[in-house]
Write a protein that binds this ligand. Structure first.
Ligand code: GLY
Length: 348
């Protein structure tokens, strides 16, 4: 991590996602959104389309003429119709491959704007300005773009790496409590996949460490063929819990409970000792995250949902800690999974 030296971003960090010619920087800190004009100038873009889920007064000057499109964070608008609407507006504005797209919003916005940018004229540069903690620590970095279908989340998408990501921590000032938890769920799981203990560090350091961890993993496995799976620590049960609660549990909350479960499952399989199992609960709780299974869904239903996870291409699998670090583990007897579920703390 190296410090950014512009006057208003002295406490900022820069992390590079190393992907050869498609490498890009992630800037993190207060005020880094104002680096936008420099990024646009370096690209040589003549104009940009700014798709934003935040009020106009929070938007930085891109330094070139801009089309402003309003977006709405949330799963509701994360669909192909939104991509269609954006692409039509780009066309009406006369955007070409010599131009660029800027996304400003949470993970659902960066995902759908990223997809629109990847498709329009077979691909335009996109610059992400993530405005939620979840989007800053995870969604905006790594090039995954997607929209939902009625049949499931994130079923249509592709890899389209951004030109730069500007994680301005000033955007986080107005986040509601649950949005903080949503992001902290991913920071808590990062503890077990390479960042080490981030508790007690300033927020900007926690984000930078999470991004650095993800950048390293993405650089090693851009298309999620191997090591990138470990980013899904806690996610197998997490995704099942999101679906079982009809998304009443936010992603990061569900991942937090899934992380506690992953620790217990690794313990039950003799992969880690009791102290390490206990560390999972301790870390999740110290971020103020939920750690109990919700009262509603039966264990058999959760098991069924985990079987349907789109990541479970070769059968039910979990990312688990072990002597050689976290790895994807399949072939676990369902009786063991059910036993560990039965032993989880549970809401009344
Ligand atoms: N959010 C998981 C990944 O980007 O691979």
């Amino acid at each position: 991590m190296t410090a950014v030296t512009t006057a208003d971003t002295r406490s900022a960090h820069r992390i590079d996602v190393a992907l050869g010619e498609r490498s890009y920087p992630v800037h993190i800190g207060p005020g880094v959104r104002h680096l936008l004009a420099g990024v646009v100038a370096e690209l040589g873009a003549r104009k940009v389309a700014v798709v934003s889920a935040r009020p106009r007064d929070m938007l930085p000057d891109p330094g070139v003429p801009a089309l402003h499109l309003q977006a709405r964070d949330g799963e509701e608008d994360k669909r192909l119709a939104t991509v269609d609407r954006m692409c039509r507006a780009f066309a009406e504005y006369g955007l070409t491959r010599a131009d660029a797209v800027v996304s400003v919003g949470g993970g659902t916005t960066t995902d759908s704007v990223g997809l629109a940018a990847s498709l329009y004229h077979r691909g335009l540069p996109v610059i992400h300005l993530p405005t939620t903690l979840l989007a800053q620590v995870d969604a905006s970095v790594g090039g995954k773009t997607a929209v939902n279908l009625p049949q499931g989340k994130n079923l249509v998408g592709q890899y389209w790496q951004p030109t730069a990501v500007l994680c301005d921590t000033d955007f986080l000032a107005t986040l509601p409590e649950r949005e903080w938890r949503n992001g902290y769920g991913e920071i808590a799981r990062a503890h077990f996949i390479g960042t080490g203990d981030l508790r007690g560090l300033p927020l900007v350091e926690q984000i930078a460490a999470s991004v650095a961890c993800k950048a390293k993993i993405v650089a090693a496995d851009e298309r999620d063929d191997s090591i990138r799976h470990i980013l899904n620590y806690g996610h197998t049960l997490g995704h099942a819990l999101e679906r079982a609660t009809d998304f009443a549990l936010r992603h990061g909350e569900a991942v937090a409970i899934g992380t506690v479960f992953a620790g217990r499952l690794a313990g039950a399989l003799g992969r880690i000792d009791e102290a390490k199992v206990a560390e999972h609960l301790e870390v999740v709780r110290s971020y103020g995250l939920p750690y109990r299974l919700p009262a509603g869904p039966a264990d058999a239903e959760l098991l069924e949902l985990m079987r349907l996870d789109k990541k479970a291409m070769t059968g039910l699998a979990f990312v688990l800690s072990g002597p050689d670090g976290p790895e994807l583990v399949g072939g676990i007897p369902e009786s063991v999974i059910l036993d560990v579920l039965a032993g989880m703390p549970r809401e009344e």
